[in-house]
Design a protein around this ligand. Structure first.
Ligand code: 2AM
Ligand code: CA
Length: 266
C-alpha cells in the first residue's frame, strides 16, 4: 500500500466529500435530458457548488493556501507561494449529456511548480493521484506509462479546440497527420482524465491545444510521475500556462512531435 501524505489525504477527502452530491446531481441529469430547456443551468449550479465544497474542505484543512479555479474567484493566500488549481468538473459537456467521463481535478502549486495532483472520476470511483518525486497511483496501484514504442500500435487521445479558438483550424491538419500513423484516436472530452489515462498506460499519447491551467495542472504531474514526457505541442518546456500539451512515453512523444511539426509547416 502506498503511503499517502497528510496533504494528499486532505485532497482525497475533499474530492470524495464534494463528489457525493455531484454523483447525485449526475443522476438527475437523465431526467433533465428530456426537458426542452436542457440541463444547462443545472450543470452550472453543480459546477459552482462543487467548487465551493472543494474550497471549504481545503480551506478548513490548509487555511493559508490560495486558489485558482475555473468556477470561482482567484484568492491569494496568506502563504503567497502556494495555491490550489482546481477544476470542479472537467468534462462538463459529458456531465451535461449524462456521459460518465468527467472528473474533479485538484493540483497544488508551490512557487510556480505543481507538487501534488489528484484527478478523481466519481462514477467509476477511480482516484488518480501523485506527489512530486513519489510516483503516480490509481487508487492503491502504482502507475506506469505504456511501453508501446510504435505509432502503429498506439492509441492516441486528443481534444477538439473550440470554434472560437484560433487553433481550431489547425486541428484537422494535426489530426490527419496523427491519424494516418496511429492505431486509433479517442476524443473523450476531459483533458484531466486523458492525462490520467496516459499515466495509467490506457492511452499511449495525448495532445490538445487551447486549454486552461485547471484542465491540465493535475494531469501533467500524474503523467510525469508515471514516466511520461510532457511538453507543449511545439516541444517547448512547461505547458501549464500555455495550454498546449503533448504527453506520451519517450518514443511516442518524439514521433508525435515530429508529425505535429510537419503538419504545422506553412
Ligand atoms: P471543461 O469540461 O471543464 O470545459 C475537452 O477536450 C477539454 O477541453 C475539457 O478538459 C474541457 O474542460 C476543455 N475546455 C477548454 N476550453 C473549453 C471550452 N471553451 N468549452 C468546453 N471545454 C473546454
Ligand atoms: Ca476543464
Amino acid at each position: 500500500m502506498p503511503r499517502t501524505s497528510p496533504l494528499m489525504n486532505v485532497m482525497q477527502q475533499a474530492a470524495r466529500k464534494a463528489s457525493r452530491r455531484l454523483v447525485r446531481d449526475f443522476g438527475e441529469i437523465e431526467n433533465l435530458q428530456v426537458s426542452r430547456k436542457g440541463p444547462g443551468d443545472f450543470v452550472t449550479a453543480a459546477d459552482v457548488r462543487t467548487d465551493q465544497k472543494l474550497r471549504e474542505s481545503l480551506e478548513q484543512a490548509r487555511p493559508a493556501i490560495g486558489f485558482l479555479t475555473e468556477e470561482g474567484e482567484d484568492v491569494v493566500g496568506e502563504d503567497h507561494t502556494r495555491r490550489w488549481i482546481i477544476d470542479p468538473i472537467d468534462g462538463t459537456a459529458n456531465f451535461m449529456h449524462g456521459i460518465p467521463m468527467f472528473a474533479i481535478s485538484i493540483a497544488l502549486e508551490e512557487a510556480g511548480e505543481v507538487t501534488a495532483a489528484l484527478v478523481y472520476a466519481p462514477i467509476s470511483d477511480e482516484m488518480f493521484w501523485a506527489e512530486k518525486g513519489q510516483g503516480a497511483y490509481l487508487n492503491d496501484r502504482r502507475l506506469r506509462v505504456a511501453a508501446r514504442r510504435h505509432m502503429g500500435d498506439a492509441m492516441i487521445g486528443t481534444g477538439i479546440p473550440y470554434l472560437e479558438n484560433p487553433k481550431n483550424s489547425e486541428f484537422l491538419t494535426e489530426l490527419s497527420a496523427i491519424l494516418t500513423e496511429c492505431a486509433g484516436i479517442r476524443r473523450m472530452g476531459s483533458a484531466a482524465l486523458d492525462l490520467a489515462y496516459v499515466a495509467a498506460g490506457r492511452l499511449d499519447g495525448f495532445w490538445h491545444t487551447g486549454l486552461s491551467p485547471w484542465d491540465i495542472a493535475a494531469g501533467i504531474l500524474l503523467a510525469r510521475e508515471a514516466g511520461a514526457m510532457v511538453s507543449r505541442t511545439d516541444g517547448g518546456g512547461d505547458p501549464l500556462y500555455k495550454g498546449d500539451v503533448l504527453a506520451a512515453n519517450e518514443a511516442i512523444h518524439s514521433r508525435m512531435l515530429r508529425l505535429l511539426r510537419q503538419a504545422r509547416k506553412p
